[in-house]
Design a protein around this ligand. Structure first.
Ligand code: GRF
Length: 197
């Protein structure tokens, strides 16, 4: 059984898609903890509706970054976490965590990396940039997290067409549907040890 920690800062629709897939497709995995840096985030409330452990861990609760990172590492160890899933986590993970979980952290990004990634490329900014660049296609990417933003090995992508009258909002909605499909798919591949390494 693969023990998963989900990190998220917002509404948590990707978390929910993953949790529902785990339950319905009998993926040999379980979300052992959901961690958010935002106490008001929808994801924490949502996680509790599934009776999952949902923790608010924010830098503001600690005297310095090191103590904050230490708390995260301790928490991950205490839940025997095998895989970290970043699902809209709006904070860069410290390299101490990335090193401790090398190749065991994945992220979902709402565009076709390596395009439209990097610092500042999150949320609606991504979709605005795609439309601005007159791209014909966009999509979503699940990738391994390394020490650079949106940079690690790409595991799975899927595409959508950008229509002539597309708005950032309409594009976000189309891309989100793909996200909800490919994130659980990658987790399933990892849980079943079917991912080519
Ligand atoms: C998604 O678009 C994801 O790609 C990005 O943050 C958003 C999170 O949405 N990294 P949600 O909280 O899962 O609904």
């Amino acid at each position: 059984m693969l023990n998963i920690a989900v990190f998220a800062s917002g509404r948590g629709s990707n978390f929910e898609a993953l949790q529902r897939a785990i339950l319905s497709k009998k993926i040999p995995a379980q979300i052992v903890v959901v961690i958010s840096n935002n106490s008001q985030s929808g994801v924490l409330a949502l996680a509790r509706t599934f009776s999952l452990n949902a923790l608010h861990i924010s830098q503001r609760q600690f005297q310095n970054e090191e103590a904050f990172n230490q708390k995260i590492l301790e928490t991950l160890r205490s839940y025997n976490v095998d895989l970290i899933v970043l699902a809209g986590y709006m904070k860069k993970l410290d390299r101490s965590i990335i090193r401790a979980f090398s190749n065991r952290i994945i992220n979902i990004h709402p565009a076709l990396l390596p395009k439209f990634g990097g610092e500042g490329m999150y949320g609606m900014h991504v979709h605005e940039a795609v439309i601005e660049a007159k791209e014909k296609y966009s999509g979503a990417t699940v990738h391994i997290v390394d020490e650079e933003y949106d940079h690690g090995k790409i595991l799975l992508q899927d595409i959508v067409a950008v229509d002539a009258n597309e708005t950032p909002e309409s594009l976000a909605a189309k891309v989100l549907k793909i996200e909800h499909r490919i994130l659980p798919e990658v987790v399933q591949l990892i849980a079943e040890d079917k991912l080519n390494k």
